[in-house]
Design a protein around this ligand. Structure first.
Ligand code: NAI
Length: 408
């Protein structure tokens, strides 16, 4: 068995929810004759999703959504799967990255599945002639949904897209537990440094930041949170974490992790304040949160190790991981979210793709919520695989929740 196949089979054994969906898809073939274009992190868990969509009858064309997150052996193995074409490669240049997106679009997909909206962006800018053939799409991450909402608000989005990211089943588990565990794991395995006792600065106390903070505290780190939203800042304070500005945190932090989805969070104003040996990592989607360009242009010298660029300023060195790209996937040993978490996220993607295939034509262009029933179905399937049961609302309770007349 190839190393790519070994990785895919390893992942599959911990993805019982997606496996149960695949069995149903094999029988019902809900995506028969459809072409699905995808831009996701090409690694083993994604491959299990791709095979699920192919088993449903789709022809799948896929590339990466980040130049550094592709696992080449998995990409090669995907090209062996009937009906699947993979164009991703690790370390793609920006030109190669966008050429691969073009190759996906050359297949004229009727459904798009994006992580960060790059596929939809190119479709709406350079390949508009293909728009009429698209029924709809699904978006995996917060940044992609933000971009889509901005597009929709500007009246620029030409077809319906389901915001898979925004479901409780995605955000509560993928963003919180997935990013929380995998970003810390990637930092630890890349640097081999101890978390216990470190001042760990987390920029952004959203879903990802909350997961990171909780797990880093569990490892014994002293967590410091920076925020721009007063409610999130207060939440971090009441959850027991120090809250301050990045200017205040810069001289104190040993490790910095950005999770804002925003631009220019750690910049040339902050680097000169930092202590020698500070480690900088981004867990948000794009490599714009930490100003790597400033480091490249202003450092006296740079030492490059696999996954770590060390920038020398006088007697101090600052270490940037994975070129400021999302650390849990773009570091050489980063494997992305834990498998069980992606089982849930990709179960949502599989069911959402089927929904678009069946109902997309009836939806208006714009960003749509994933139907409640799909989210609930994934949770119920997962509970069933765990052998856990929950109570059901009684008729009396259903009525009570709907009523307004009954007080004390
Ligand atoms: P969120 O919207 O829940 O949280 C973002 C937080 O950052 C908000 O509380 C916001 O107030 C804060 N923020 C914005 N600008 C800031 C600034 N300049 N300084 C400090 N705080 C600031 O978003 P979520 O779901 O936590 O996602 C965050 C990012 O992580 C997105 O880019 C998303 O796409 C990405 N993501 C990455 C994953 C990974 O595998 N590493 C997985 C899931 C999401």
């Amino acid at each position: 068995m190839s190393t790519g196949r070994l990785k895919i089979e390893w992942a599959r054994q911990y993805m019982p929810v997606l496996s149960s969906i695949r069995r149903e898809f094999e029988e019902g073939r809900p995506l028969e004759s459809l072409t699905v274009g995808m831009a996701l992190h090409v690694e083993a868990k994604t491959a299990v999703l791709v095979e699920t969509l192919a088993a449903a009858g789709a022809e799948v064309h896929i590339t990466g959504c980040n130049p550094l997150s592709t696992q080449d052996d998995v990409a090669a193995e995907l090209n062996e799967v009937p009906g699947v074409h993979c164009y991703a490669k690790r370390g793609a240049t920006v030109e190669e990255y966008y050429r691969a997106i073009d190759q996906v679009l050359d297949a004229r997909p009727s459904i798009t599945v994006d992580d960060g909206m790059d596929l939809i962006h190119v479709l709406h800018t350079k390949r508009r002639e293909l728009l009429k053939g698209v029924v709809g799409g699904c978006e995996e991450t917060t940044t992609g949904v933000h971009r889509l909402r901005a597009m929709a608000a500007a009246g620029a989005l030409a077809f319906p897209v389901l915001a898979v990211n925004d479901t409780p089943m995605k955000r509560y588990f993928d963003n919180v537990h997935g990013t929380g565990e995998s970003a810390l794991a990637a930092i630890m395995i890349t640097t081999n440094v101890l978390m216990a006792g470190k001042n760990l600065v987390i920029a952004g106390y959203g879903f990802c930041g909350r997961g990171l903070a909780r797990k880093a505290a569990g490892l014994g780190a002293r967590v410091i949170v920076t925020e721009v939203d007063p409610r999130s800042a207060l939440q971090a304070h009441m959850d027991g974490f120090a809250v301050m500005t990045m200017d205040e945190a810069a001289p104190i932090g040993h490790i910095f992790i950005t999770t804002t989805g925003n631009i220019g969070v750690i910049t040339g104003r902050h680097f000169p304040l930092m202590r020698d040996g500070a480690i900088l990592a981004n867990a948000g989607h794009f490599n714009v949160e930490i100003d790597g360009k400033w480091l490249e242009e202003n450092a006296a010298a740079v030492v490059r190790r696999d996954g770590i660029d060390s920038y020398r300023f006088g007697s101090r060195s600052l270490h940037l991981l994975a070129e400021g790209r999302l650390v849990n996937l773009a570091t050489p040993k980063g494997m992305g979210h834990p498998i069980e978490v992606m089982d849930l996220s990709f179960a949502l993607q599989a069911l959402s793709t089927r929904y678009i295939a069946e109902r997309g034509k009836g939806l208006a262009p714009g960003v749509h919520e994933v139907p409640f029933e799909i989210d609930e179905e994934v949770a119920l399937r997962k509970l069933a695989t765990l052998g856990l049961s929950i109570d059901r609302l009684t008729g009396e309770q259903v009525e009570y929740q709907k009523s307004w007349g009954q007080g004390t």
